[in-house]
Design a protein around this ligand. Structure first.
Ligand code: UTP
Length: 297
């Protein structure tokens, strides 16, 4: 099987209930970290990894997401008339070439696995990446690029892996891997949200995957799993049983869970501090806040 990955699926059809009421009218993926929506971070990461075809799995109420990647002729004309070239360049990064982006609809939120399956006709018979925009990863080499490079050697399927504290394992898909020190870890199994104490390791799957069409076929056969949802984890577990060609990939970088409020706030602070135009002011403010807090205790 060809090991060039040029297609990526972005499942963005979830309801984002953890961010209600905001997500009543604003798609979670449009919420901004400093001044860029979550989805822009995911798109930039995919582009850096060589992705040229972007497939969004959307649902009702996600219109803002489609508009975000379109041209904005009036806005562009106004910026041009005012000579705001830098802002025009910023806007340029949000434009997608005609035909590079496709939208398919998941008409019922039946789970992440089902969302990926909805893209099957656009994926066809080649390996593809999946990026969950909720997981924002700050890394010197973007996470998916690290994976694509490793994948050229391994082939098969590859899933980003991160160590989590044992008490958090029941919130993740957990990998069963032989103990090892390298970045690429052959997987023996995978279990979605294991009961406390039943996790096969402390390595959790994070929202970056490179998958084969075989996993798509499993998604078409499996029954609903944990939470009554069609779980991507279950299709991957079946692929491990049948072909033993799934690897965990311990990426280098810091992952923020922007699907949770605490993670989103942490990412906002971290990305704000990293910005040359904001970092100093924000650091000063945070320092003052800490002093005030300690004085009040
Ligand atoms: P989450 O588990 O974070 O669900 O989905 P959610 O609906 O987005 O958020 P909460 O838990 O209600 O706050 C992980 C990823 O899978 C997508 C989501 O859009 C998100 O990118 N997803 C989930 C779908 O596309 N379809 C689904 O049926 C479920």
């Amino acid at each position: 099987m060809n090991r060039r990955v040029t297609k990526a699926v972005f499942p963005v059809a979830g309801m984002g209930t953890r961010f209600l009421p905001a997500t009543k009218s604003v798609p979670k993926e449009i919420m901004t970290l400093v001044d860029r929506p979550l989805i822009q971070y995911a798109i930039d990461e995919a582009r850096a990894a060589g992705i040229t075809e972007f497939i969004f799995v959307t649902s009702r109420g996600k219109g803002a997401l489609e508009d975000y990647f379109d041209r904005a002729p009036e806005l562009e004309a106004t910026l041009r008339a005012k000579g705001k070239t830098q802002l025009l360049n910023v806007l340029g990064a949000t434009n997608m070439d005609s035909g590079a982006i496709a939208y398919v609809r998941q008409n019922q939120a039946l789970g992440l696995g089902h969302a990926v399956w909805c893209a099957r006709h656009l994926i066809g018979d080649e390996p593809f990446a999946v990026l969950l925009p909720d997981d924002v990863i700050a890394a010197e080499t973007p996470c998916l690029k690290q994976m694509v490079e490793a994948y050229e050697k391994t082939g098969g399927n590859m899933i980003a892996a991160m160590e989590v504290a044992p008490e958090l394992a029941s919130s993740y898909g957990i990998m069963d891997v032989a103990p090892g020190v390298g970045r690429v870890l052959p997987m023996r199994g995978m279990v979605e949200k294991p009961a406390p104490g039943a996790q096969p390791s402390n390595l959790a799957a994070i929202g970056r995957y490179i998958l084969t069409p075989d996993v798509l076929r499993h998604l078409g056969d499996i029954e609903a799993g944990v939470g009554g949802e069609i779980q991507l984890t279950d299709a991957i577990a079946r692929e491990i049983t049948q072909r033993q060609n799934v690897h965990g990939f311990r990426f280098e970088g810091q992952r923020y869970d922007c699907g949770s409020k605490a993670g989103f706030l942490q990412a906002t602070v971290a990305f704000g501090l990293a910005r040359s135009d904001l970092g100093e002011e924000l650091a000063q403010f945070l320092g003052d806040m800490m002093v005030q807090r300690q004085a009040a205790e």
